[in-house]
Ligand binder design. Structure first.
Ligand SMILES: Nc1ncnc2c1ncn2[C@@H]1O[C@H](COP(=O)(O)OP(=O)(O)OP(=O)(O)O)[C@@H](O)[C@H]1O
Ligand SMILES: [Mg+2]
Length: 296
């Protein structure tokens, strides 16, 4: 059984990364082993939105890791640790929720996302869990910044999903960042978010403009998004949740495209790790792989 790490991020604005992460996890083709990890250095939203307890979550996971609950923990111990700090959203979607406070979130991520935390022989719980057979980590990495503590997740991801609006100002920022971000990942994927009734540029126009073909559009669906953002009751999750909404339908199609079909991607990720650390150290990331989906 393969393991998958899907890192989702934005360049600018709030195009719906957190909502998409919950939707992808809820709609993943094989739901067993799927977990949303709020790895946004700006702090989390899911706990507040869904009325979850403050703990367990990313902060308690970091505390357990720091406190030596698994001193020099093995890969298996580190992977299992993650699951002990998850809570469950409606639809049985497990989530490791981040504290809303950016300082606490960044502190936790500095410990958890590190490829090899100081003094440890195995990767930290997030990357260890992403190597566990059958695990699917959907990581909400917030906005991409080179100094983000979520960078090791972005660089290690099997798929790096960049979600962006498709208006002229969005494209101006994308054009500047896409070559750099595309070099961070083995499989960078661009998704366009329709954030209002005015959708902005078409997929074909964006492909022409950027030289990178977006994989899909995420539709503007306030009702579907409201359910996925905890603004509807659990009952609504079943009536108009991701199983029925336009946004859920789109997330399912996108998840089908992102889910691996070939050989175990985590095997490649393990062997890539040393190379990726070298890439991480390079100032401009120019020795990374080509941007996937480049338009011809
Ligand atoms: N496809 C969509 N259609 C309509 N509304 C959406 C959609 N996706 C998200 N929203 C709404 O937009 C708001 C922001 O969404 P979300 O928190 O997912 O964005 P984000 O990119 O994670 O933002 P941030 O950068 O602040 O973390 C929420 O109120 C959410 O319900
Ligand atoms: Mg968010």
């Amino acid at each position: 059984m393969s393991a998958v790490l899907v890192a989702v991020a934005s360049v600018k604005g709030s195009p719906g990364v957190t909502t998409l992460c919950v939707a992808l996890a809820a709609c993943w083709p094989d739901p067993a082993g799927v977990v949303v990890v709020e790895a946004d250095p700006a702090g989390g939203d899911v706990a507040m939105r869904f009325g979850l307890a403050q703990s367990p979550g990313l902060f308690s996971l970091a505390a357990a890791t720091r406190g030596g609950v698994t001193p020099l923990g093995s890969r298996v111990e580190n992977a299992q640790l993650l699951w002990r700090h998850a809570q469950v959203l409606p639809g049985d979607v497990p989530v490791v929720a981040s504290p809303p406070d950016a300082g606490r979130a960044r502190g936790a991520l500095a410990v958890l996302a590190s490829p090899e935390p100081a003094g440890r022989l195995a990767p930290g719980p997030l990357l260890a869990a992403a190597e566990h057979p059958g695990a699917v980590l959907v990581a909400d990495c917030g906005r991409v910044e080179p100094e983000s503590p979520a960078m090791p997740l972005l660089r290690s991801a099997d798929v790096l999903v960049l979600l962006s609006g498709a208006h002229a100002d969005d494209l101006a920022h994308l054009a500047r960042r896409v070559p750099e971000i595309g070099a961070w990942s083995r499989r960078p994927v661009l998704l366009l978010a329709d954030r209002d009734a005015h959708r902005g540029h078409s997929i074909a126009a964006v492909a022409r403009e950027l030289g990178v073909a977006p994989l899909a559009r995420v539709p503007f669906d306030p009702r579907g998004a409201a359910v996925l953002s905890g603004r509807r009751s659990t009952l609504r999750w079943h009536h108009s949740g991701p199983g029925r909404s336009l946004l859920g339908q789109s997330a399912r199609e996108i998840a089908e495209l992102l889910a691996p079909r070939g050989p175990d991607p985590s095997a490649g990720r393990r062997s890539d790790r040393a190379g990726r650390r070298r890439t991480a150290r390079s100032a401009n990331g120019s020795n990374g792989p080509d941007v996937a989906g480049r338009a011809s």
